[in-house]
Design a protein around this ligand. Structure first.
Ligand code: GAF
Length: 392
């Protein structure tokens, strides 16, 4: 079986409660869950006023918690990090253990809103692969924010919650990310894509419920780390490009504008700029195609997106290229509609839109050919759009 089966949310919640009981001897009073995401198209343009089209996947981070009557959060994780003891209601510092900085950032966001955080014990576990380009950091942030809503008996506006989590990522993980990942994790709905206009910051839930279509996510197992500088460098390239073009927003830039000052922009800013303008147009076209159920139009758009991320934006890697090549070689006759890298890149996962009746065969071929060429066993998931962050 090449397609990885998702653990149900109720099993995850039960495991998290068991972990809490084992480590702290208490029963869970609040349990929160938040999903990762996959992006169908619209890559590296959420910080360029672009459009993006992710959906929440049925892979979750889950936290079970109970109040402990202290001024600290004591957090144990099954994610591979050491336990963390986090003082509450003091300015949150970026410190060790590093994985807990996402949590500290969300605490700070709630403290900035004037909340007094109660001490609690918590156990964190996940069915979402880490470093796979599927937004495990945004899922952790949104899960902590949802847990705090439960513990404080308050509900934040969903957009405010997503923005608070994005700020946590900026300030506490040092990644100047756009809004896509936190929006997808917070706003996710079953059978809906989240088409986000990143200029207005408004998400639109777009139906995606055709059972004849399957989205395969292939984790190359090449670790993806956005805090190592590559992501920030790309973002800076786009800012330099926009400044040189003399425009306020990428939405005011036409492809011809970039070509007209190609040499002046210089390499790589000219190629980065070409990616941004092209990817915005491709995502608009993809949304239009989806609204007409014209899935065939999506394939070439996904292909062009990947090629642009590989050649112009340079955020792909040989393993992602290989996985996409394998899917492309299976082709339309084998049931593949489109394939591309997804997420921040530099490793991570690909997304393949395919016909459901061929999905198992496609996954088997992708897994076998990828392993044959690299010696690495990939992880292949299939997911429909799932529910965003919520209390379980
Ligand atoms: C990462 C970021 F967190 C997102 O904001 C987005 O820019 C993505 O890379 C690339 O599309 O996941």
């Amino acid at each position: 079986m090449s397609i990885d089966i998702a653990t149900s949310l109720s099993d995850l919640a039960a495991d998290a409660a068991a972990g809490l009981k084992e480590h702290f001897g208490t029963d869970a009073t609040v349990t929160a869950a938040a999903p990762g995401r996959v992006n169908l198209i619209g890559e590296h343009i959420d910080y360029c006023d672009g459009f993006v089209m992710p959906f929440a996947i049925d892979r979750y981070i889950v936290i079970a918690a109970s109040l402990n009557g202290t001024n600290e959060a004591r957090v144990v994780t099954a994610l591979g990090g050491e336990p963390a003891v986090l003082p509450l209601n003091v300015p949150q510092q970026v410190t060790e253990p590093k994985w807990a900085n996402y949590i500290r950032g969300v605490f700070q966001g709630f403290q900035d809103r004037g909340h007094h955080l109660p001490g609690f014990d918590a156990y964190v576990l996940s069915s979402l692969p880490r470093g796979a380009g599927l937004s495990s950091s945004a899922a952790l942030e949104c899960c902590v924010a949802t847990l705090l809503e439960g513990l404080l008996d308050t509900v934040l506006d969903t957009k405010e919650k997503a923005l608070l989590c994005q700020k946590a990522e900026h300030d506490y993980a040092g990644v100047p990310c756009g809004i896509m990942d936190q929006f997808a994790s917070a706003f996710g709905k079953p059978n809906r894509l989240i088409l986000i206009d990143c200029m207005t910051g408004e998400p639109e839930l777009v139906p995606f419920e055709n059972p004849d279509l399957t989205v395969l996510i292939a984790n190359t197992m090449v670790h993806h780390e956005l805090s190592d500088g590559g992501y920030a460098a790309r973002r800076k390239n786009t800012e330099d490009g926009l400044a040189a073009l003399g425009k306020k927003s990428w939405r005011d830039v036409n492809p011809g504008d970039v070509e007209a000052i190609w040499d002046q922009l210089g390499d790589p800013v000219n190629r980065r700029s070409r990616h941004v303008v092209g990817e915005i147009a491709r995502t608009v076209a993809a949304a239009e195609a989806l609204s007409k159920n014209d899935y065939e139009a999506l394939g070439p758009l996904m292909a062009a997106s990947h090629d642009s991320l590989r050649d112009d934006f340079e955020v792909s890697c040989k393993e992602l290229d290989l996985m996409v090549e394998i899917a492309r070689a299976i082709g339309r006759s084998g049931g593949v509609i489109g394939a591309r890298m997804t997420g921040g890149g530099f490793g991570g996962s690909t997304v393949t839109l395919c016909e459901s009746r061929h999905a198992s065969d496609i996954a088997a071929t992708m897994a076998a050919k990828y392993e044959e060429a690299t010696g690495i066993k990939p992880q292949i998931l299939a997911s429909r759009p799932a529910q965003g962050a919520h209390l379980v």
